[in-house]
Design a binder for this molecule. Sequence first.
Ligand SMILES: C[S@@+](CC[C@H](N)C(=O)[O-])C[C@H]1O[C@@H](n2cnc3c(N)ncnc32)[C@H](O)[C@@H]1O
Length: 213
Amino acid sequence: MRLRNKPWSKKLIEENPDYILLDPTDMAGRWQERFEKQHPIQLELGSGKGQFIIGMAQMYPEINFIAMEVQEGAIAFILRSQVELQLPNLQLVLANGRKLDEYFAENELDKMFLNFSDPWPKTRHEKRRLTYKDFLKQYKKVVKNDGYLQFKTDNQGLFEYSLASLNNFGMKYQRISLDLHNNEELMETNIQTEYEQKFTKKGQRIYYLNAQF
Ligand SMILES: C[S@@+](CC[C@H](N)C(=O)[O-])C[C@H]1O[C@@H](n2cnc3c(N)ncnc32)[C@H](O)[C@@H]1O
């Protein structure tokens, strides 16, 4: 998904430094300072327009959430919602998740979410998949021991690849569903992402996994 930068996004970002960070390099070990209350911190990498992370922040006020997104044209939508909602437990970061260990201290996060990450189906693009081992190494550093990685996708190829990649990396599966929307128990707490709604409407299955580092 490539979104054009909106004419209003730069100004909105400049006007709201309390909600969005453009350079998180000096934040490692200090993320709690960005939130009103000290709570466990959970990160979504590749938040798109933010439907999931906003829903999570509303549903779980006792958790602090960070939305990290590399596209200005996408994160501007999350910021627009946040300016209206003023959720005390939501912070935004315009940055690339490749450098997570520069942005977070070891064990600073409780959990990470990857939702409908770009599948990069060509073998030569394997390193760009957010479940490639180099990314997993970064996640493991910043997520606490026994913390979780939750992943949802409509893409069977990416899901199968990710199962193998996480397994080879030594992660332990806590839950796997090959049809999330027909799993009553998981659906009780499932917050749908924008892509999830789009693909579900088309009749596509949603794959889900939750694994421990
Ligand atoms: C296919 S969209 C899915 C958006 C949203 N998670 C959803 O499910 O509706 C993937 C998003 O991940 C973002 N993304 C991809 N690679 C990223 C990276 N390395 N760091 C941060 N964001 C990334 C893209 O810019 C895009 O907005």
